[in-house]
Design a protein around this ligand. Sequence first.
Ligand SMILES: [Zn+2]
Length: 305
Amino acid sequence: MNDATQSYSIQPENQKVTNLLSIDVEDYFQVSAFERVSPEAGWGARELRVEGNTERVLSLLDAAGIKATFFVLGWVAERCPQLVRCIAEGGHEVASHGYGHKRVGLQSQAEFREDVRRSKALLEDLSGSEVSGYRAPSYSISRQIPWAFDELLEAGYRYDSSIFPIRHDFYGIPDWPRFIGPAVKIADGSWQSANVANGEPTLVEVPISTVRIGGKNLPIAGGGYFRLLPYVVTRWGLQRINRTEGQPFVFYLHPWEFDPGQPRFQGAGWKSNFRHYLNLDKTEGRFRRLLGDFHFGTIRAGLNL
Ligand SMILES: [Zn+2]
């Protein structure tokens, strides 16, 4: 571990670790698992539920006195500009989820450049502050796309939160370090964690948290895993990251995960349906418990940006 890495470890406040809470602001019809049954061309005709669902998340956070990072999709920001203003005025961080929610591997380098620049400019106009962070649709920055970090850096982003260090059928870089640290570009043009390679750190990577059991990284910090596992299991895993490893965890949810009444898609396959619709009615209750059990802040504040 080098000096630059150490500065991102613990943010003590009231003797607790400050964890990083993130919300990916997209609608139920934009998730990658539904890209075939809900192509982008039809999005404009669908019932928009993201605004109401995000307002519900904001009110839960307000009640708990917690600030979070909102990775907002540019497509949503254009249609709900007041929502972006509201997030910023609430003291939360506005960050970018890109513009069109196309997985990075399905975009050319030029398309990706346009997508991350367009969303950043739009969100900065609406929020009135710098957008420092980016999260790729479906954590889709993989080792096969070496230019993604180059483009983020050139577009002016200061951190990325797209790497999920697990094995999964759609995403993940299983051997990326599990905790926050600088990323560096090495001689062959690829990017590595500064924990394992030398170079000038220019972009900070904020991986989604995992719990390490039996030599494997297991997902524990949000989304479908939060809805699947009993809350006490999630709490145990997250406490282990804070107490045993002394690290903050990075947690994520989507506004549609708070919405059991959303329209249902057919034809995406049982696995995608299971992941998307499981326990939507449990999210809010579990989220309230989570907010009471742990200390949270924005990613920008956690990185001292
Ligand atoms: Zn997304």
